[in-house]
Design a protein around this ligand. Sequence first.
Ligand SMILES: [Zn+2]
Length: 305
Amino acid sequence: MESDGNNGLGGDEISLLTEELIQLSVKSSMVEPNGKFSLICSIWTEKSYNQESFKAQMRSIWKTNKKFGIQGVGQNLFMISFESEEDLETVLEGQPWLFRKQLILFDQLSKSMARDQIRLVSSPFWIKTGPYLPEFDKKDLLHAVGVTFGGVLRSEILGEFCRLRVKLNVQRPLRRGIFVSIGNGNKFWIPFKYEKLPTFCFGCGMLGHSLHDCTEIAPAEENKIREDPPFSLALKAKLNLVGRESLKLNALAKKLQIQCSNVGKSTEKQEEPSYNEQSSGMIREPQNDAWLTTKTADLEMQKEE
Ligand SMILES: [Zn+2]
């Protein structure tokens, strides 16, 4: 017979046999940031994947200045802790990041959070819009279009096109463009093209699955939709650099080609690099050569299916 005076049973203690008490360690439902520069991330996909492959892939594409750690903190949930704030900022700035053509969602983790309170449902994207009619005031229009996305994070005007960085809610279908109506009642369609677009559904326009896996489309309809899909690759922005950025890219192209063949082999199925997916946003201000490797590896993951 053993009795533990401090077993929490209160006043009228009974004596317990050893096998009458077991102790379970309950996994905390809280996710604690590991250090000051922590991110939480998740992959926007219904497909299962190997957590170790994901970690290895991130390690191979992010050549940070200082070390960073990735740990699984739940199902499809990771915490990434950086030693340097600059590395964290660069990763956030480089969004969207893809893993096997699926979008990775990030958020900063500055305080401990209950796992079920973590909501990762949006990601910044660069959208190219235009061409615009010369009579349109691009600044006004950029602002007006940005408002429909909940605000513009950044924008730039490139000739008759504009690029704007906005936060996309991944729970909604991709928007294909917007009608602008002007005084005389005429309406103009302005298409949107997304840079670094992950896998999306040609049927319902949602990110994270392809038409084949769509639950919105009945299998019988699939072939019909395939012939004339409401959403198509026209939503993907092609490489279109101007001026200084273009020069920068040309100078770096050779280096990228060499590095391209050296990344992504070990953990993932090798895919051909697709340079036409490259956008100026990804190479705008390379920190160093290592970051270029990063961008290149990321490009490899965006090849069409
Ligand atoms: Zn779908």
